[in-house]
Design a protein around this ligand. Sequence first.
Ligand code: NAD
Length: 294
Amino acid sequence: LKKKSRAWCKKSDRVGKSAVLGAGIMGGGVAYQSASTGTPIVMKDIREEALELGLKTASKLLDRKIEKGQLDNAGKLAVMNAITPALDFSSFDDVDLVVEAVVENPSVKATVLTEVEAVVRETTVLASNTSTISIDTLAQSVQRPELFCGMHFFNPVSLMPLVEVIRGSKTSDQTIARTVSYATAMGKTPIVVNDCPGFLVNRILFPYFNAFNRLLINGVDFQRIDQVMEAFGWPMGPAYLADVVGIDTLVHADHVMQNGFPERMGHDDEVIAELLLAADCLGQKNSRGFYEYG
Ligand code: NAD
């Protein structure tokens, strides 16, 4: 698949320098992945602490590579120097592609997309890492919707190979080609999908979470279900996966999927993840979800 993507991506599709808006879980991961695979990147946030945390995460991942003998100190320095932390847009005038990875809030995303479009070149691609907001809805906040698409990474970015590249109704072929080219250069496996609730992966995942919820209501122990799915060969079961994703994120995405495909999601009146959320059990991010983390 990689070879095929490379073959049809033209040299002019290559991204020489990129930027990411947001230095959180996803933005920090995108910055690390881009820099460590040879594309320099500007990482912008509105909070200095977020930038520091993003750089620290990249530094830790690189230290692990050094421990494994896959990198030396000079190599680490080169990667760290390829990430430019920023609190303003002064380094954005020569970026080819911007990944928007700020909080999952439509009005915040609309504001940052309008702001960044005003400072980049007229050919720069803007790509949103949204998990649940429609690409066509977000495209309404930009002047050049043909240069806008979705670029949906999975968490943790450094480990998860798949990237969904989402084509909005006005996205041009060249925008898709440049985004696919960038994802491929980052060592990822891009798939191009149309704009719809859940894109592709969440359309498969949420019926599975709903089936899991039904078993819980029927009294099956969640740990037993995780053990069974691991024995089936999956890297983790649904309860552990829910904790990794974050219970709040899961509940939010579940509502989007229920609204998008009410006839297909087979919803129960009682949703265990909603009970956990009401009890402030958010999963690994606050150390308690289905499981407790020390
Ligand atoms: P996060 O809360 O860890 O990080 C968001 C960052 O955006 C914060 O550091 C915040 O300071 C910053 N921010 C807020 N307003 C900003 C602005 N105006 N300009 C620049 N930065 C700003 O969130 P996250 O989990 O990294 O999620 C980011 C996006 O990625 C969301 O759209 C989310 O749906 C999507 N996503 C998340 C996951 C996941 O598992 N966490 C997976 C796939 C996609």
